[in-house]
Design a protein around this ligand. Structure first.
Ligand code: SF4
Length: 321
């Protein structure tokens, strides 16, 4: 027996589901790729990447056999590159340990790199129709508002209650539609700012709406301050060529190519930092001449800074052996 909450959601979804290229896709691999791309990224951004990805790596086996450079190249611009590296590592594990078949159970999926509780449940319900409730940002918001959850949604107690509510209302046999209905409602009606309550199928059931506290739910938790780093980068040229180095495979921007350099240590000057980094990374030394001073870099376009995920305050040319 489904709850009025689930019934209203499913009725609404039948008429208003978004058309997305991975929905109704017969291949669990496609659902998996979409779920990984959708982590931290908006649907509109993901759609063209998903389509290009499926054309380039149409099966789990083609992804497993590709070079890391090809995989990172196809991911370029989506950010959070560890997702792409984990996706390929997981595909290789599925090929070698599961005969190329993606596990169906959420518990088994969670043993693969890059698949956490939310993603495992989303794949298991969407691709295999298993009764798994899940919880992403949209679902969190809908549940926190309808049931007026007053604990911060990301606190252990808030998380526990939200997972419990998602599971309690899940109508057996309908997990895929139920999960996706909440995602769609959160994305199109119960939006973070200015939820469209008059148009919402859950209006009569929604405690936050009745209390007029929609904009205070979900309760957010104070975020730790963003780390701030000063970094240097060297443009090393010889015979018309420029040296770039590959970052270690793990960690921030792992496996990508960059001008050599690194983070300034406390109390360290930019030039000293660059000499140390070049020595450590390349075993080289040379005469360093500033290319941009910190005054000049104050006008560096913010897009360039944001793409690096780090503030770019010094770039230095090395001339020498
Ligand atoms: S009634 Fe408003 S706040 Fe409540 S679920 Fe619907 S859109 Fe969200």
């Amino acid at each position: 027996m489904s709850s009025p909450f689930a019934e209203r959601l499913l009725e609404w979804y039948a008429a208003h589901a978004r058309r997305l290229p991975w929905r109704g896709h017969p291949d669990p691999y496609a659902v998996w790729v979409a779920e990984i791309m959708l982590q931290q990224t908006r649907v509109e951004t993901v759609i063209p990447y998903f389509e290009r990805w499926m054309a380039r790596f149409p099966t789990l086996e083609t992804l497993a056999a590709a070079s890391q450079g090809e995989v990172l190249g196809a991911w370029e611009g989506l950010g959070y590159y560890s997702r792409a590296r984990n996706l390929q590592r997981a595909a290789q594990i599925v090929v070698t340990e599961h005969s190329g078949e993606l596990p169906r159970q959420a518990k088994a999926l969670r043993r693969l790199p890059g698949i956490g509780r939310y993603t495992a449940a989303a794949i298991s319900s969407t691709a295999f129709g298993l009764d798994e409730a899940t919880l992403d940002g949209n679902i969190r918001r809908v549940l926190a508002r309808v049931f007026d959850i007053r604990q911060p949604a990301r606190s252990p107690e808030g998380e526990r209650r939200l997972w419990e509510l998602a599971a309690v209302h899940l109508p057996p046999g309908w997990a895929a539609d139920y999960n996706q209905a909440m995602m769609d409602l959160g994305a199109t009606v119960c939006t973070p700012r200015a939820p469209d309550c008059p148009r919402c199928p859950l209006k009569d059931l929604c405690a936050a709406c009745a209390l007029g506290v929609q904009d205070q739910r979900p309760v957010s938790q104070a975020k730790p301050p963003l780390p701030h780093h000063i970094v240097t980068a060297a443009v090393i040229q010889r015979d018309g060529q420029v040296l770039i180095a590959q970052r270690p495979p793990q960690g921030l921007l792992g496996g990508l190519w960059e001008f050599p350099g690194g983070k300034v240590q406390p109390g360290e000057q930019l030039v000293a930092c660059l000499q140390r980094e070049i020595g450590e990374e390349l075993g080289a030394a040379g005469v360093i001449r500033p290319l941009l001073s910190s005054e000049q870099t104050s006008g560096v376009p913010t897009a360039a800074v944001a793409r690096m995920s780090l503030p770019l305050l010094g770039a230095i040319r090395i001339v020498g052996p």
